[in-house]
Design a protein around this ligand. Structure first.
Ligand code: UTP
Length: 297
C-alpha cells in the first residue's frame, strides 16, 4: 500500500528554545531564509507524500498559514513586478494538501500522533518531527518508504550516537541484517536509558513509517516518562505482534529544536548557498584567528 499521508506533530511547547518560542512557533524559526517546517514539508513532497496532517496547538497557527495563500502579499509583489518572489510565495500554497488537527493539551508525542487516527484511517503512514532536519541525497523519509515497500513493516530511522548521549534519545536494541548493513531487526526500544542500561548506541530520530495498528497501542499505553504518552512505549507494545525495523538512514541530521543544533543547521545550509559560502568562510576564518590570538585555543 502506498504511503500517502505524513503526520507532522508541531504542538509541542518548544521550551528548549525560549525566549524565542514564547510567541513564535519553533518550527517557524528560519534556517537561512526558510522556516524549518518548510524543509520537512518539502522532504515529504519530494518523497511522494500527498497529504500532510499537522497536529497543532493554540497560538501556532503561523505554521498552517505559511502554506496558505496570502492574497495581500501576492498583490503587492505583483504590482511591484517582483515575479521571482511572487512565484516562490505562490508555490508554497500549491505544494501539497494540508489538514490540521488541534491537540488541545500537550500530552506527549504519542498522544499527538493518536490525534491523527481518524484522518489517517486504516493505512500505513509517515511521521516526521519538525525538529529533525536531515540533509541527504535521497530524502530521509523516502529511504524509509523504500524499506517499507520491500518489507511491509513499520520502519524507524536510526542514528549512531556517542555512548554517553544515549540518555537523550529513544534507543533501539537491534540486530543488523547480514544482507543489508543499514537495516536492523528491532528486539526492544528504551526511552532515554542511562548509559549503563543502553543496549546499543542506535538512537531513534524523528522519521517513522508506521502501520495503522500503532493507534490501538497508543490508545492503551499509560503515560510514561515525563507523564507523557510516549510513542516509544506504543512501539514496544506493537513489537509483541508485528515486526518493527530500524534503518540507519544516509544523510546528516540536525536537531533544529535545540539552540546549538539550530546554529549548526543554519551554518550547514548557508554553506550550501553560493551567495553566502565565501563570505561565511571569511567570517569563520576571522573568528577562528581572533580566538587563536586571544589564546583561547
Ligand atoms: P519535543 O520533545 O521536542 O517537545 O517534541 P517540544 O515541546 O516541542 O520542545 P521542548 O522539548 O519543550 O523544547 C518532539 C515533537 O513532538 C511534538 C513537538 O512539536 C515536536 O515536534 N509534540 C510534543 C507534540 O506535537 N505534542 C506534544 O504533546 C509533545
Amino acid at each position: 500500500m502506498k504511503i500517502r499521508k505524513a503526520v507532522i506533530p508541531v504542538a509541542g511547547l518548544g521550551t528548549r528554545f525560549l525566549p524565542a518560542t514564547k510567541t513564535i512557533p519553533k518550527e517557524m524559526l528560519p534556517i537561512v531564509d526558510k522556516p524549518s517546517i518548510q524543509y520537512i514539508v518539502e522532504e515529504a513532497v519530494q518523497s511522494g507524500i500527498e497529504q500532510i496532517i499537522f497536529i497543532n496547538a493554540r497560538g501556532k497557527e503561523a505554521i498552517e498559514d505559511h502554506f496558505d495563500t496570502h492574497i495581500e502579499m501576492e498583490t503587492i509583489l505583483k504590482n511591484r513586478g517582483n515575479d521571482l518572489l511572487l512565484e516562490e510565495i505562490q508555490k508554497l500554497s500549491r505544494l501539497v494538501q494540508i489538514a490540521t488537527i488541534r491537540q488541545k493539551v500537550p500530552l506527549g508525542l504519542g498522544h499527538a500522533i493518536l490525534c491523527a487516527k481518524d484522518l489517517v484511517g486504516q493505512e500505513p503512514f509517515a511521521v516526521m518531527l519538525g525538529d529533525d532536519l536531515v540533509d541527504s541525497k535521497v530524502p530521509c523519509i523516502q529511504q524509509l518508504i523504500h524499506i517499507f515497500n520491500e518489507e511491509k513493516a513499520s520502519v524507524i530511522a536510526l542514528m549512531k550516537v556517542k555512548k554517553e548521549q544515549t540518555s537523550l534519545y529513544g534507543i533501539a536494541d537491534a540486530t543488523p541484517r547480514k544482507s543489508h548493513e543499514r537495516l536492523h531487526d528491532i528486539r526492544a526500544l528504551l526511552e532515554k536509558p542511562p548509559v549503563e542500561k543502553a543496549p546499543s548506541n542506535l538512537a531513534i530520530i524523528g522519521r517513522y513509517i508506521l502501520t495503522p495498528e500503532i493507534f490501538d497501542q497508543l490508545e492503551e499505553v499509560p503515560p510514561g516518562k515525563g507523564g507523557e504518552i510516549q510513542l516509544t512505549d506504543a512501539l514496544v507494545k506493537l513489537l509483541h505482534f508485528q515486526k518493527v525495523l530500524g534503518y540507519c538512514y544516509e544523510g546528516e541530521r540536525f536537531d533544529a529544536g535545540d539552540k546549538f543544533g539550530f546554529l549548526e543547521a543554519n551554518l550547514h545550509y548557508a554553506f550550501k548557498r553560493p551567495e553566502f559560502k565565501e563570505r561565511l568562510y571569511e567570517k569563520i576564518s576571522s573568528l577562528y584567528h581572533q580566538l587563536l590570538l586571544s589564546n583561547r585555543l
